[in-house]
Design a protein around this ligand. Structure first.
Ligand code: NAI
Ligand code: MG
Length: 359
């Protein structure tokens, strides 16, 4: 029996509420499969910890986390702690120090999920965005000169290393080849005359190694328009850190909203743990009411199952989520229902247990 050690940082606000449901599903999948199990270790890090200790996690926190195969994260951030502290000192620290340079965001309109676009069927929105997660526009490089003076100048430098650019683009080509899907690069070489010209060149170069992959290349502004007008153009998408951040929120909006969007932060070499999370925040406005939608957290649990090599179980969990949405009976208020977080989790659990769903 393979035992997977998972660190749980449930975090703030609705984080713990939705993570509880994800963990129920992971345990149930393991129980039904019978040949693997999970060992969850909880870390009480986040804003409450910060208010007590003056830091988001203890000094040896990263060392403690390194011992795990994966991190399952709820959400961090809460009124009373500045967002740049909670985000940079915990989430971004983990992404960076564990070299989780691939951010995988599925943008797939599940059956029954709400979609604000007119006349779009669920099979027309089915893509995976591979966002560069370690450098680019979010490298934190730059300067702030003559602060407060009339000649004040700020510089925010995009950092695109050959290694960093090649590895993310190669990851996307591999995924496109292995899944037999097209690959679209999103950049902006007409305006960003160093970074994005380089990005486009590397995309072409690496493409020589994958002659069987059909490729497309769009400017980010045109791509945003096509996300809304013709989302069926996109299958696998690869893009830089900033562009990926923005277009995946757009993607979340067209594919069911914040209550459904999940993301995985991968260290593909598996030298460090990878991290799985719903992409929504801690939603202070609805925290502790028991009405947060747990489906995004459950989708990220499904991504974890995929990552551990149980793609059949990952797929089953998604199928069950679809069933819950198609049935329209047990849904949280953000999806027009009146059920609680726990009731939705229990519904997914019950359907998963009836596991005669084909994958
Ligand atoms: P948010 O995602 O927490 O909430 C935005 C809106 O979506 C709210 O109206 C909320 O009620 C709703 N919402 C979000 N998730 C939901 C769910 N699962 N079910 C039902 N409704 C849901 O974003 P906001 O309000 O900008 O940020 C709140 C805090 O979360 C901030 O401190 C922010 O820094 C942090 N944050 C943390 C993230 C993370 O840990 N990955 C990501 C985004 C924000
Ligand atoms: Mg974002």
């Amino acid at each position: 029996m393979k035992v997977h050690k998972v660190a749980v940082i449930a975090g703030d606000g609705i984080g713990p509420e939705v993570i509880d449901e994800g963990i129920k599903i992971l345990k149930k999948a393991a129980e039904l499969a019978g040949d693997f199990s999970f060992e969850f270790t909880y870390f009480p890090w986040g804003c409450e910890y910060y208010l007590e200790h003056g830091k988001m996690l203890p000094d040896d926190g990263m060392k403690q986390l390194k011992e795990f195969e994966a991190v399952y994260l709820g959400a961090v951030g809460y009124p009373g702690v500045p967002d740049h502290i909670s985000l940079r000192d915990l989430l971004l620290k983990i992404r960076k120090q564990f070299d989780q340079y691939v951010n995988v965001r599925p943008i797939k309109l599940l059956r029954g999920a709400p979609c604000p676009l007119k006349d779009v069927t669920h099979d027309q929105i089915d893509m995976v965005v591979i966002r560069e997660n370690s450098e680019g526009e979010y490298a934190g490089a730059g300067d702030w000169l003559f602060k407060g003076k009339p000649e004040e100048v700020v510089l925010q430098t995009g950092v695109f290393s050959r290694k960093g650019t090649e590895r993310i683009i190669r990851y996307a080509y591999e995924l496109a080849r292995n899944s037999g899907r097209t690959l679209t690069s999103i950049s902006k070489a007409n305006a960003l005359n160093y970074s994005m010209v380089f990005w486009d060149e590397v995309f072409e170069e690496i493409g020589q190694e994958y002659p069987e992959v059909e490729t497309h290349s769009y400017l980010v502004d045109a791509a945003s328009m096509f996300f809304v007008k013709q989302p069926e153009r996109f299958q696998i998408v690869v893009t830089s850190n900033l562009f990926g951040d923005i277009i995946t929120d757009l993607g979340a909006a067209i594919a069911g909203g914040m209550g459904l969007a999940a993301g995985a932060n991968l260290n593909p070499e598996r030298v460090y743990p990878s991290m799985f999370e719903p992409i929504h925040g801690s939603a202070p406005d609805i925290a502790q009411q028991g009405i947060a939608n747990p489906l995004a957290a459950i989708w990220s649990a499904s991504q974890m199952l995929d990552f551990f090599g149980y793609e059949d179980w990952g797929k089953r969990v998604l199928n069950v989520m679809e069933q819950v949405m198609v049935n329209q009976k047990v849904l949280t208020p953000d999806m027009g229902g009146n059920s609680s977080t726990k009731e939705v989790g229990n519904e997914v659990l019950a359907l998963l247990s009836n596991c005669n769903i084909d994958v």
